[in-house]
Design a protein around this ligand. Structure first.
Ligand SMILES: Nc1ncnc2c1ncn2[C@@H]1O[C@H](COP(=O)(O)OP(=O)(O)OP(=O)(O)O)[C@@H](O)[C@H]1O
Length: 318
């Protein structure tokens, strides 16, 4: 395992039963992740992009310990695969539905740490006050219920809750897409500032190129449950190596537009993940498809240390 890697995934596959015979035995599967190799490095923000259905949420659940791999290996710096011991927390897209509406905010913020340590109410309150200050929620508001806050404030509460158990990694699942444009930047800046202060590690799932560019150190591009390109964010987003990444970025005519909005118009739907394509998974939609694409593709290291799953990538000379 690489020294500073907090999590390392090796050839991880996840499939879900999709049809059953009369005895209740699965006869077909949805192949959500299909051989994922990935490590997450302490202190980085790793952006995950790809079309709807490519497996981003399944990857998030796997990291959180909420989903088991069907095959492959996950190595963690913390040797506990349960969700509360895995050193992971998550900030969800919609703070409205991810906060318990019946609990006062101080209880919500300290819930993860209470589950782990069963600390007293006084200790929980003290921790809630500290965390609320760090995310910009006034301590006088800690007895209020979630519906008494605005969307941006609720997302601040979600972030405080994620911080409470001092996780190794926080998975940010579209953390600003449900918020007004005016507060999106404030939440992103808060996340950046907290990361700087606490050396946090983020896995950022987003359809928004500007958000990914603003936040990420590395970007992983997913297609049909595989990583097709991975490398430094500025390289992947400005000089993409894989034809799929190029198509994704080309279909974003202006900043702020969702990454995959245009690609379906141009190239049709993602192929079915019930019957995975032979050879390169992207072949049917690839403008450069030709000889050599009938074979399954390996990740090749190209310019600037970016790896891409395409035989056309020119290997980097050392
Ligand atoms: N519990 C499940 N049972 C059956 N199929 C599932 C399950 N969870 C996910 N899938 C399927 O696995 C594939 C990957 O889904 P996933 O939610 O990980 O994609 P995604 O990239 O997060 O999509 P989105 O951006 O729309 O959230 C999809 O085809 C989805 O229908």
């Amino acid at each position: 395992m690489i020294a500073e890697a907090l999590v390392e995934l090796q050839d991880v596959r996840v499939r879900f039963p999709a049809s059953y015979n009369w005895r209740g035995k699965p006869t077909g599967y949805v192949h959500a992740l299909n051989g994922l190799d990935l490590n997450i490095i302490r202190g980085e923000t790793l952006g995950i992009v790809g079309e709807s259905g490519c497996g981003k949420s399944t990857l998030a659940q796997l990291l959180m310990g909420l989903q088991k791999p069907s095959s492959g290996e996950i190595h963690r710096a913390r040797h506990d695969n349960s969700w509360f011991g895995s050193g992971m927390q998550m900030v969800f897209q919609d703070p409205q539905s991810s906060l318990d509406p019946r609990l006062p905010v101080w209880r919500i913020i300290t819930e993860p740490v209470y589950v782990q340590k069963h600390n007293s109410s006084r200790e929980r309150r003290e921790l809630a006050v500290t965390l609320a200050e760090q995310v910009g929620i006034r301590k006088e508001y800690l007895d209020r219920l979630p519906h008494e806050f605005s969307g941006g404030q609720r997302q601040r509460i979600s972030i405080a809750r994620a911080l409470s158990s001092e996780p190794d990694i926080i998975v940010l699942d579209e953390p600003t897409s449900a918020l007004d444009i005016s507060v999106q930047a404030q939440i992103l800046n808060l996340l950046v500032e907290l990361q700087r202060q606490r050396n946090l590690t983020y896995v950022l799932i987003s359809h928004n190129v500007s958000v990914v560019r603003h936040m990420s150190d590395r970007v992983a591009v997913m297609y049909l449950g595989q990583i097709v390109e991975l490398g430094a964010a500025e390289k992947v987003l400005s000089e993409p190596q894989h034809p799929y990444t190029r198509l994704l970025l080309d279909s974003v005519p202006r900043a702020g537009r969702a990454l995959d909005e245009g690609i379906v118009d141009k190239k049709g739907e993602l192929p079915s993940n019930r019957n995975l394509p032979m050879g390169c998974y992207f072949r049917e939609r690839c403008p450069l498809a030709g000889d050599g694409c009938q074979m399954p593709q390996e990740l090749v290291c190209g310019a600037g240390g970016v790896v891409a799953r395409c035989h056309r990538v020119m290997p980097e000379r050392v």
